[in-house]
Design a protein around this ligand. Structure first.
Ligand code: 7TS
Length: 417
């Protein structure tokens, strides 16, 4: 099928060229070529407004939070807590105390494994995950199982990269104490039917965490609608700064959980004999948090909300369809991950060329993709490949970016012929 001509800003009302002007980093050349940034599943670029907010925070408001009676500390505290309320609205949590600030998805999952997990998963119990999880939704559970004598169960996936729901349901047994599943796969782009998965777990009264790292930039997330017990995501994949992320947890669970780390802010009183703990969310936020990170995250969410999550999703779905069509049309390209519902990432391999060579040649063309196992080694084993090349989309990508990727791949093929 002949490729459709490149159009820019194809979704009506979504002016991608204007949006691109908001991202200073996109304006540069790499190896003399315009930057084509398609490594967005690893981290997204930041709009000017986020960068400016960080500078303004340090120039005007910087102080520690929850401690000072002075004006700067009050201002920093107010900004920090205002971000909590913005995140609450953004993911539709019932209460702001259900929003815990962490370093990112990895820390959020480790927090749940180390607190709720340690408290509720014992010898002979099961924790259920899937074959498409990122290492950060595998290893914390493995560590917990090792420590407590529990077993990690893994639900299989199809050749298309979809979760086998029938097998998943069979694995939900009387000893299953926790389920942790990714909302969107960072390698395959598969969008899991998470509402259905939550319902399956809850029918058996099993709590569930959703890893939202790759969903939050692409899909409107409603934690009350999903009814998940925990939801984790990273700010840096959502056009915000690194080092800030969110763990959402239902208040009734957070109240019963032991603290994560000990230190300042997480206590209500300390003596050498006995310490009593603060209430959620503070119980889980020991020490000085990434205040500037929350300030940047607040602006990033505002930026996204101004564009509209639905408009962003429509634009990205259009690009994904275009990229899938054009990649599939190249002889020698195999897509890894062809689920019906996909978002964000497209993985592929090229006959006779190692993915790292694809990445290196594309870099010379100014095109940034990721190659490797994408922190999903068990998934690579499942597909029998050591690595894939992965193009991952963001709201500022264009059909021209996809055209550049396709031209780059054709060049790789020529070089390795
Ligand atoms: N879960 C998923 C599904 C992810 O894609 C990632 C990061 C994480 C968890 C961990 O997030 P972090 O912010 O705590 O590191 N994924 C990727 C990736 O695909 N390429 O680089 C990082």
């Amino acid at each position: 099928m002949p490729p459709r001509p490149a159009e820019i800003g194809s979704s009506a009302g979504f002016d991608v060229q204007r949006i691109r002007a908001d991202f200073p980093i996109l304006q540069q050349k790499i190896h003399g070529k315009p930057l084509v940034y398609l490594d967005n599943a690893a981290s997204t670029q930041k709009p000017r407004s986020v960068i400016d907010t960080l500078v303004r925070y340090y120039e005007e408001d910087n102080a520690n939070i929850h401690r000072g009676v002075h004006l700067l500390s009050e201002r920093a505290t107010e900004t920090y807590e205002a971000t909590r309320r913005r995140v609450q609205r953004f993911i539709n949590a019932r209460e702001s105390r259900e929003v815990i600030f962490v370093r990112g998805t990895t820390e959020a999952i480790n927090l749940v494994a180390a607190t709720f997990g340690r408290q509720n998963v014992g010898a002979g119990d099961d924790v259920l995950i899937t074959h498409m999880e990122h290492h950060s939704n595998i290893v914390p559970w493995q560590m917990l199982c090792e420590e407590n004598g529990a077993k990690l169960r893994v639900a299989p996936i199809t050749d298309a990269g979809e979760l086998r729901l029938d097998e998943f349901e069979k694995l939900l047994g009387p000893r299953t104490r926790f389920v942790s599943v990714t909302h969107v796969s960072n390698t395959l782009g598969t969008v899991n039917p998470v509402k259905h998965i939550v319902d399956m777990a809850h029918r058996r009264k099993i709590p569930i965490l959703l890893d939202g790292a790759q969903a939050i930039p692409h899909i409107r997330v409603d934690v009350q609608g999903l009814d998940c017990d925990f939801y984790a995501f990273s700010g840096h994949k959502l056009y915000g700064p690194t080092g800030i992320g969110v763990l959402y947890g239902k208040a009734e669970l957070l109240e019963r959980m032991p603290p994560y780390q000990g230190g300042g802010d997480m206590i209500s009183s300390v003596t050498f004999e006995k310490t009593t703990y603060n209430v959620p969310p503070y119980k889980f936020e020991a020490g000085t948090p990434n205040i500037a990170g929350t300030v940047g995250l607040d602006t990033a969410i505002q930026y996204i909300e101004n564009l509209g999550m639905d408009a962003i999703a429509a634009h990205e779905q259009d690009l994904l369809a275009y990229a899938t069509e054009r990649l599939s049309a190249i002889d020698g390209v195999t897509l890894i991950g062809t689920a019906k519902e996909r978002s964000g990432a497209i993985s592929f391999i090229l006959d006779g060329v190692h993915p790292h060579d694809i990445g290196t040649v594309l870099d010379q063309e100014g095109i940034a993709i990721r190659t490797g196992h994408h922190c999903t080694q068990p998934l690579m084993d499942r597909f029998g490949v050591p690595a894939t090349a992965r193009a991952a989309l963001a709201l500022y990508n264009t059909r021209e970016d996809i055209d550049a990727l396709i031209a780059g791949i054709l060049k790789v093929q020529e070089m390795f012929r």
